[in-house]
Design a binder for this molecule. Structure first.
Ligand code: FPP
Length: 248
């Protein structure tokens, strides 16, 4: 494994599980979809805060491979909301220098949504301020499985020998290929689990759990998470002394 870089105070990559929309709606005597709609405000706020703080990549878990099992009405409302949000926000994101990309088993989504996602990626490809990765129909196990299948295909084609498979090769087939692993993982809504998010890439990520429901997760909440991150010592399996020497 390559020697880890010295820890930076600002995370290069923040990954978020945006949980608690349904409970927020219930607490306000509103239907669940109103909670997802309210969650969009927090998406905008998180993008703005990360861009200002100098974060390079923000990954948002918008819809998991398991979310397909939710009631059909909720799934279709979520899909309409994604489409509507993309249409409404994409020009503003582009104007602000945000690059938008999607990861996950995108073939599961409607052709209309896939088309809009491709358009959004094409429009913002040249932007360099902050990359926002939206995980849709994504699961960490799906990601590892598709990477294994890609490597197997290369072996069968004779372009790769099984002995050449190492962590770097496998990483190159994962959804986050070419991007740094998350430095900071945030989950709102009070539960403390990873829920099949970026299983491989979270190996050395700092985990931060908070009780705020996603629609209540505002700039101050995110600043608190960034502050916590800045105070943590990351050792990547080394001793404190070794880390200190690596930072010199
Ligand atoms: C989890 O809350 C949230 C989701 C499954 C959907 C998240 C979607 C958004 C915030 C809107 C749009 C996002 C983008 C990037 C366009 P939950 O329903 O599990 O809440 P609960 O745990 O309180 O039931």
């Amino acid at each position: 494994m390559a020697a880890p870089k010295p820890t930076s105070v600002v995370p290069r990559h923040v990954a978020i599980i945006m949980d608690g929309n349904g409970r927020w709606a219930a607490a306000h005597s509103l239907p669940r979809h109103a909670g997802h709609r309210a969650g969009l405000k927090s998406v905008r706020s998180a993008i703005e805060t990360c861009a200002k703080a100098g974060v390079e990549v923000l990954t948002l878990f918008a819809f998991s491979s398991e979310n397909w099992r939710r009631p059909r009405d909720e799934v279709s409302l979520l899909m309409s909301l994604f489409l509507e949000a993309l249409d409404r926000e994409i020009n503003d994101l582009h104007k602000n220098g945000i690059k938008v990309r999607f990861i996950g088993d995108l073939t599961q989504l409607s052709t209309a949504l896939q088309g809009r996602m491709r358009d959004a990626e094409d429009l913002t490809r040249g932007n360099a301020r902050l990359t926002v990765l939206i995980a849709m129909a994504y699961g960490g196990r799906w990601d590892l499985t598709q990477a294994a299948a890609a490597l197997a295909r290369q072996c069968v084609a004779g372009t790769l020998a099984p002995d050449q498979i190492d962590e770097v090769r496998l990483g190159q087939e994962l959804a986050l290929k070419g991007l740094p692993d998350p430095d900071l993982f945030i989950r709102t809504g009070g539960d403390q689990r990873i829920s099949n998010f970026l299983l491989w890439n979270l190996a050395y990520t700092e985990l931060y759990f908070c009780d705020a429901l996603w629609p209540d997760f505002d700039d101050a909440e995110l600043q608190r998470a960034l502050g916590q991150f800045a105070s943590r010592e990351r050792r990547f399996g080394l001793t404190s002394e070794q880390r200190a020497r690596a930072a010199e």
